[in-house]
Design a protein around this ligand. Structure first.
Ligand SMILES: [Zn+2]
Length: 502
């Protein structure tokens, strides 16, 4: 994969580099950031680092007419300058629904992620564009990130379940070490009812698809909390939800996207004649498909761009408080997004590359960096991230990347829910088992779109069968559990499930 141009930040010492990375990106890309912060960035840019910062040709107007309904700004809060002896800070940022190949950090031809690109170019940072999400939707992937075990083991696979108490969370482990812990999630799936907030001293997860946390308020809320624990070591988890549907409207004059209204995908209207359903049924005429999918992709790309702005604002909130002096930071995603490939939309469903491959940037300052082992293009499982966040070390050997999905009881035929398992072996070989198609093998080097399946070898088929059996057992166990009605309703509203179980 392409490495971002390291010359952009060449020679900047690790300490304090985060502030400079943020400054450079936000001058161009954070036009909807609070005015006071933006002014500070611009002043600092001219004073400290003229002419060497990445420039993103973003000319979005300050009035920000592209807001989603319910999205508002809070008043920005003043930060405090970081001191030399700041405490340790561990941060996990999940850019929800961001697929690797739609980030400019990973070579996408639209400049969607200038912040991620700049961050990846910092000394001590590692970029992986082939990170593999352990599942293809929010709940199981976050449960894996929080516990360090794969979905088949933690079993949090469907609506209404609660994380088994036998699994210790990262927040509980950091809490036992004296860290202050917090979760800020604009994705309402990370609700208290899931058990994923266990160990968090502070948690914010509004029960709505569109909330103020889906915007600049996210970083402001994080900053407010950081100001309550200025002397403490901190473990912080932030879910950035801006790339998730509904895809935001694009204002006139956007530098690389056409003006268009919000794109809402009506997942609850099964019999709808909306193109979302017509496409999933395979009935959208070819003459309409191209334009509709282009609109979908434009809206999604704008969501990714906005998620990157949220990242920039978060980095600034950390830097303003000196939290970049001793920082261990991971930025990744929980799954990608189908944009029509394989006849699919949104996420969930079989772990095709579009929905399983996510970006990963790790960065550590103030102490020795443990480099992510393996070649840059190699797939890497996100389950490896948990011990790194905890102790700064990667597992040895690194786990074989795999991903999965399950078929829900009472499924809607048009929704892409089916039990499936993907295994990545080496940098090019992918094995995929699906209920509907059985075992298949793909050469991602010659067939990155996964259009030409081959027959797996006997040993490959055996490994797939073993992995599929584990997922099926976990699925059956999950189906036997009683669902929490509150969480079930919430997840149904998000379109993850069909509601037929209720
Ligand atoms: Zn998600």
């Amino acid at each position: 994969m392409r490495r971002p141009d390291a010359r952009i930040h060449g020679g900047i010492p690790a300490r304090g580099a985060l502030a400079l990375a943020v400054l450079g990106v936000c001058v161009a890309a954070c036009s909807d950031a609070p005015r006071s912060l933006r002014g500070a960035w611009q002043n600092a840019r001219h004073r400290q680092h003229p002419g060497r910062l990445p420039v993103h040709p973003d000319t979005m107007p300050d009035a920000n007419p592209e807001r989603l309904p319910g999205e508002v700004d809070d008043d920005p809060l003043p930060g405090r300058a970081g001191g030399a002896d700041t405490p340790h800070t561990v941060v996990l940022v999940v850019l929800d629904t961001v697929r690797a190949d739609h980030t400019s950090a990973c070579g996408y031809d639209r400049p969607t992620t200038p912040t991620l690109t700049a961050l990846a170019a910092e000394d001590g940072a590692t970029l992986r564009c082939g990170a593999v999400a352990p599942a293809t939707w929010t709940l199981p992937t976050h449960a894996t990130l929080f516990t360090g075990v794969m979905p088949e083991e933690h079993g949090l696979l469907r609506k209404g379940q609660r994380l088994d108490p036998r699994h210790t969370t990262l927040a509980e482990q950091f809490g036992a070490r004296g860290y202050a812990t917090a979760l800020f999630s604009a994705n309402p799936v990370l609700n208290e009812a899931t058990g994923l907030q266990r160990g968090m001293d502070h948690a914010e997860s509004p029960p709505r698809l569109v909330s103020p946390l889906r915007g600049p308020a996210l970083a402001e809320h994080v900053g407010t909390w950081l100001d309550t624990v200025p002397e403490r070591d901190v473990f912080l988890t932030v879910n950035v939800f801006d790339a998730h549907d509904p895809y935001p409207p694009i204002a006139a004059g956007h530098p690389f996207l056409p003006e268009q209204p919000v794109v809402t995908l009506p997942t609850q209207q099964r019999q709808s004649t909306h193109p979302f359903w017509v496409f999933l049924r395979g009935e959208l005429p070819a003459s309409r498909q191209e334009a509709w999918l282009a609109t979908l992709t434009n809206g999604y790309d704008h969501g990714v761009e906005r998620a990157d702005r949220r990242l920039s604002e978060l980095l600034e909130a950390l830097a303003m408080r000196g939290r970049d002096a001793h920082l261990r930071l991971a930025v990744t995603s929980d799954h990608g997004e189908h944009l029509g490939e394989h006849g699919l939309l949104r996420h969930d469903g079989p772990p095709w590359e579009t929905v399983a491959r996510v970006p990963l940037v790790t960065w550590q300052t103030g102490e020795a960096v443990a480099p992510l082992p393996g070649p840059e293009a190699a797939p890497v499982s996100l389950v490896a991230l948990t011990p790194w966040l905890l102790d700064g070390v990667w597992p040895s050997p690194m786990p074989t990347p795999r991903s999965m999905s399950i078929r829900y009881a009472g499924r809607v035929p048009e929704l892409p829910f089916e039990t499936a398992v993907g295994l990545w072996e080496g940098s090019q070989d992918k094995l995929l088992w699906r209920e509907s198609a059985g075992a298949q093998r793909f050469d991602l080097g010659s067939d990155p779109g996964e259009r030409r399946p081959a027959q797996p070898r006997v040993d490959e088929a055996a490994r797939l069968a073993s992995a599929a059996a584990r997922v099926q057992r976990a699925r059956d166990a999950a189906m036997d559990e009683d669902a929490d009605p509150t969480l079930s309703r919430l997840l149904s509203e998000l379109g993850y499930v069909d509601g037929a179980e209720e």
